[in-house]
Design a protein. Structure first.
Length: 292
């Protein structure tokens, strides 16, 4: 198996709208799409990349883009490739996240750091020297005024994680979703009982319906290609199908192993080009538990 190489490449950055850049993940596993959003007075960075080395590249890009404007940093959730470079921004940017995410980072950050370090040498390399960072500002919901541009930081409630939030730029019609949305990939269910069972397929469906109703012009997923509002409906449709096919078998008292086998075969046939098939198993496990 090839070693992971989760390295952010800022050279591929492109402008989605005026003074609004995205550093795309280029299809590289464990590299998120990263946002750099500017106003007349300040610039907001969305996501750090995994570890200090990636965050240094992102910070350098942001400083050059800011040209003296104040810097802010936020993350869509606490998972390592999204937030475990925050220490690099200390003293240069104000780090702000929602309350549920801050609590989740404090509670689970150390165990996720060790878990990810044990997955692969390439991942461990990027996580060398990570120090989990306490945010400068914690909020329930926040409107960040960058100067002539207000960015909405909105917690969604429990879904992919306990502390998910979306970052919306209303004047540009752009929404950063984090791992609530992936392009061309089965939804990532971090379902690891008994250690982490905060993901909720049912609440995730509700969140996707709410986000789809907002009809953003551009959706920046956690991973994969930037797209339109159809990305939101695609994820909602998939999650509903996963729920329905799981529950009809659960209600028939079929074993969870059989449910996984049958549902996985059906979904792979329905979405033959999607990656991350291993997350179907986790999704079935989560939804079986939610069915009770």
């Amino acid at each position: 198996m090839a070693e992971y190489n989760p390295v952010v490449r800022v050279e591929g950055a492109w402008e989605l709208a005026r003074d609004l850049m995205v550093i795309p993940n280029r299809g590289v596993e464990l590299v998120p799409n990263i946002g750099v959003i500017g106003g007349s007075e300040a610039v907001l960075v969305v996501e750090t990349g995994m570890g200090p080395r990636n965050a240094e590249a992102v910070l350098k890009f942001a400083v050059e883009s800011a040209r003296g404007r104040r810097l802010y940093l936020t993350t869509t959730h606490f998972h390592p490739e999204h937030s475990f470079g925050a220490q690099t921004f200390a003293g240069q940017a104000t780090f702000l996240i929602n309350r549920a995410q801050a609590d989740e980072l404090a509670a689970k950050g150390p165990s996720y750091l060790e878990m990810f370090r044990g997955l692969d040498e390439g991942i461990a390399r990027e996580l060398t020297g990570v120090e989990l960072t306490t945010p400068d500002l914690v909020y329930d919901s926040y409107d960040l005024d960058l100067g002539g541009r207000v960015v909405q930081l909105r917690p969604t409630g429990r879904a992919h994680s306990r502390g998910d939030q979306v970052v919306t730029v209303p004047d540009a019609g752009v929404m950063f979703t984090g791992d609530l949305v992936e392009t061309g990939q089965f939804a990532i269910f971090p379902w690891f009982p008994p250690y982490d069972t905060d993901v909720s397929g049912l609440r995730w469906i509700e969140v996707m319906d709410r986000l789809a109703a907002e009809r953003p012009r551009v959706v920046v997923p956690g991973h994969g290609d930037v797209g339109g509002p159809d990305l939101l409906t695609d994820v909602g449709d998939y999650l509903r199908l996963l729920r329905d096919e799981t529950w009809v078998r659960r209600d028939s008292a079929v074993s969870e192993e059989t449910i996984i086998e049958e549902v996985k075969a059906l979904l792979v046939e329905r979405y033959p080009r999607w990656s991350g098939k291993e997350w179907i198993d986790k999704g079935v496990g989560c939804l079986c538990a939610e069915r009770g």
